[in-house]
Design a binder for this molecule. Structure first.
Ligand code: HEM
Length: 389
């Protein structure tokens, strides 16, 4: 038997076996091509910080990595780039994606959360993914980018077709959504150029660094990356956090008594059940030795933040949710130069979502003890989260 057998169905059991017996192991990656999977905390952290592991697909041995195709205008994004291009864009973006901008979103996030909870009524049964965890982040992204209210319905339809496709939808649906979104962002960028507003896109258009600025393609790629990186991950983190609480009533009760513990709790939710089973694939620019295994230049390397964050060598009793532990140092938001740009926003959104939910529904409980995870090598998230309240 291969130690990676069962990865889709029981990721944490398989990660344990891999960490113990094959910490740098040959698998078929999410695109079906052969790759290496790295699961121990120290190795994962080291890879994420190692400049010899490139995110640029041009370093892949030709024909070995299929990947996921995006139109060329969108391919030049931060998660396909190395320094110095990455450094340049990240610096420009950093000037617009500020703490002030994220702090300013707190009130609208809470307002949206409250509106979604209002729609549920005082008691009943609901799927919290569809009714709460999904609509909240998409609204936050619209607020962040500055998408006008009248376009939000269309935007949500395209975004869902792209990021969270209906399994029954034809394969062209995602491609059509990319085309629709590309067209939409082109018009939106032109609007914001003509009439800047108080939003991230207007700020991104305006940023200058010693005469340098973001090009049209770079702006477009960033808008898409924020959608891709920011939407689905946040849906999943909110869902995973609520599930973890409902499965651990004693910790839920303690948190309810003192919601000021939420920022630390969110770090533990990220460690215990973070959405990123895999980070972005990397390609060694030269032969590299990881955990004693030499990986030839150009082969595909996947690291698992989720496996690393359950490594007992780093976090004692790692399979236990413990909201009082110090979970900082987890790798659920990455590490090194590609550390999640939206990390403060993702944490703020999850804190607010959980607080609003707990304050509203003192009797919140799982409606179904059987949990349905999505079958994915890359992402840990629930298909649905039926609750009673
Ligand atoms: C719970 C929610 C989130 C999780 C778990 C998450 C996770 C991650 C991880 C693991 C990386 C690093 C990937 C790697 O190095 O391979 C990353 C990068 C990134 N994330 Fe997030 N993310 C979340 C939310 C967000 C949000 C809300 C945004 C934007 C609004 C965002 C934007 C980005 C961007 C732009 C990058 C690329 C940064 C770079 O390459 O320099 N993420 N994220």
């Amino acid at each position: 038997m291969d130690p990676a057998d069962g990865l889709l169905d029981h990721p944490y059991d398989v990660y344990r076996r891999l960490r113990d017996t094959a910490p740098v192991h040959r698998i078929a990656g999410p695109d079906g091509t052969p790759a290496w999977l790295v699961t121990r905390y120290d190795d994962v952290r080291a890879v994420l910080a190692d400049p010899r592991l490139s995110l640029d697909k041009r370093h892949a041995v030709p024909g070995t990595y299929k990947g996921f195709s995006l139109p060329p205008a969108l391919d030049a994004n931060l998660l396909n780039m190395d320094p110095p291009d990455h450094t340049r864009i990240r610096r420009l973006v950093g000037r617009a994606f500020t703490t002030r901008r994220i702090e300013a979103l707190r009130t609208p996030i809470r307002r949206t959360a409250d509106q979604l909870l209002d729609a549920l009524g005082p008691h009943g049964t609901a799927d919290l993914i569809a009714a709460y965890a999904a609509p909240l982040p998409v609204t936050v992204i619209c607020d962040l980018l500055g998408i006008p209210d009248r376009h939000r319905l269309d935007f949500r339809v395209w975004t869902d077709a792209l990021v969270a496709p209906d399994p029954a939808a034809p394969p062209e649906a995602a491609k059509e959504a990319v085309v629709a979104l590309l067209g939409y962002f082109t018009l939106l960028l032109a609007d914001k150029r003509g009439e800047p507003a108080d939003d991230l896109l207007s700020d991104l258009i305006a940023v200058r660094d010693e005469g340098d600025r973001l090009s049209e393609d770079e702006l477009m790629s960033l808008a898409f990356l924020i959608l891709f990186a920011g939407y689905e991950n946040t849906v999943q983190l909110i869902g995973n956090a609520v599930l973890a609480l409902l499965q651990h009533p004693e910790q839920l009760a303690a948190l309810r008594k003192d919601l000021s513990q939420l920022p630390a709790a969110v770090q533990e939710f990220l460690r215990y059940e973070g959405p990123a089973l895999l980070a972005i694939r990397r390609f060694p620019v030269e032969d590299v030795t990881i955990g004693g295994v030499t990986i030839p230049a150009g082969e595909t390397v996947w690291v698992s933040p989720a496996a690393a964050d359950r490594d007992p060598a780093r976090f004692p009793d790692p399979d236990r949710l413990d909201l009082s532990r110090d979970a900082s140092g987890h790798l659920a938001l990455g590490h090194g130069i590609h550390y999640c740009l939206g990390a403060p926003l993702a944490r703020a959104e999850t804190e607010i979502a959980v607080a609003a939910l707990l304050e509203r529904f003192p009797e919140l409980a799982l409606a179904d003890q059987e949990v349905h995870w999505r079958r994915s090598l890359r992402a840990r998230g629930l298909v649905e989260l039926p609750v009673t309240y």
